[in-house]
Design a protein around this ligand. Structure first.
Ligand SMILES: [Mg+2]
Length: 222
């Protein structure tokens, strides 16, 4: 029986596959304003983009510290994400309620490519006793270590002091990352991945988080 269940956050707990681009656009604009930058339209578009190299070269043109800009953009995105969750603009999947009874029988943790601050916020926001919540650090290096890099999963296993368990995600990269650290992987169906092929290496395919209760009861040698 699996006693440790790690869960991806976007598309598993939070509705929708990820943070929409307008949130990052606003976050980049906020960071630029905080630093007193006056980018052209083209530069603003580059500051809003996801890759660090573009941000770095644009910041150097504007005579700004790219790491400081990055940190502020991530902080602003975390504030905006929290507001959206608190207001209900970004919903929580209904079957997250099943995690409350699951937590009585297994240790649960959130492991997300999203920002660490947002993962912590969601863990505190939900009435589920998560043993840990982990997301990317607000640095370019943290951004590079997103799944399928297994870094965040490995850190969580170390924090929990376990070596085995199950990771639940809605993307192939979740399955790949889980397998790299020896975890079983559950591929969760949501409306945004309803037609995708089951990724190679997935141990389970789930139609909802409530099915995790059956997984807990499954015999060890399946
Ligand atoms: Mg996801």
């Amino acid at each position: 029986m699996t006693e440790t269940i790690l869960l991806d956050m976007d598309g598993v707990v939070l509705e929708g596959p990820g943070t929409p681009q307008p949130v990052y656009d606003r976050a980049a604009d906020a960071a630029a304003a905080e630093l007193g930058l006056e980018p052209t339209d083209r530069q603003r578009a580059d500051l809003r983009s996801h890759g660090y190299e573009t941000v770095e070269s644009t910041c150097s043109t504007l005579d700004a510290d790219p790491r400081e800009f990055w940190r502020r953009k991530e902080a602003a995105a975390s504030r905006l994400a929290a507001e959206r969750i608190r207001s209900g603009e970004r919903g929580i999947y209904e079957d997250v309620a099943a995690l409350e009874s699951l937590a009585e029988r297994a240790s649960l943790a959130l492991v997300s490519n999203n920002r660490h601050e947002t993962a912590r916020y969601v863990a505190d926001f939900l009435p589920v006793p998560f043993a840990d919540a982990r997301g990317r650090e607000p640095t370019p290096e943290g951004f590079e270590r997103r799944k399928p890099d297994p870094h965040l999963l490995r850190e969580t296993l170390e924090e929990l002091g376990v070596e085995a368990g199950l990771y639940v995600g809605d993307r192939e990269t979740d399955v790949v990352a889980a397998r790299k650290v020896g975890l079983e992987a559950a591929y969760l169906r949501r409306s945004h991945n309803a037609d995708a092929a089951v990724p190679e290496g997935a141990t389970y395919e789930l139609e909802g988080l409530d099915e995790l209760l059956e997984v807990l009861e499954a015999p060890e040698d399946r």
